[in-house]
Write a protein that binds this ligand. Sequence first.
Ligand SMILES: [Zn+2]
Ligand SMILES: [Zn+2]
Length: 102
Amino acid sequence: MSKHIHRYRRVDIGRDRSVWVMKCIKIGCTHYVFMKTKLSAPLLRGQIAECNRCEEQMILDRRALRMTEPCCANCVKGKEEKQEKLKSAEDFFKGLEQGLSK
Ligand SMILES: [Zn+2]
Ligand SMILES: [Zn+2]
């Protein structure tokens, strides 16, 4: 397997109790790193990884390491914006319905 930037996903590899690791999901790659807790992986902080959404290189930080599939700051922002847009569309249709029922 050629060297690549790992793309991480959080998985529990424990049997009797939870053992969380951040594992690379790329085909043929068996790389994984043990996490300290489910939401913190100090060993990975500051490491380069591939964003799970846009596939750009990113630096793993506390925020990213709390995610099941870490993604970069841009994608987190994009997601929030999308949710806001969805919400305003919802409000729009609600307003329409209310207008119709009058
Ligand atoms: Zn990998
Ligand atoms: Zn991204």
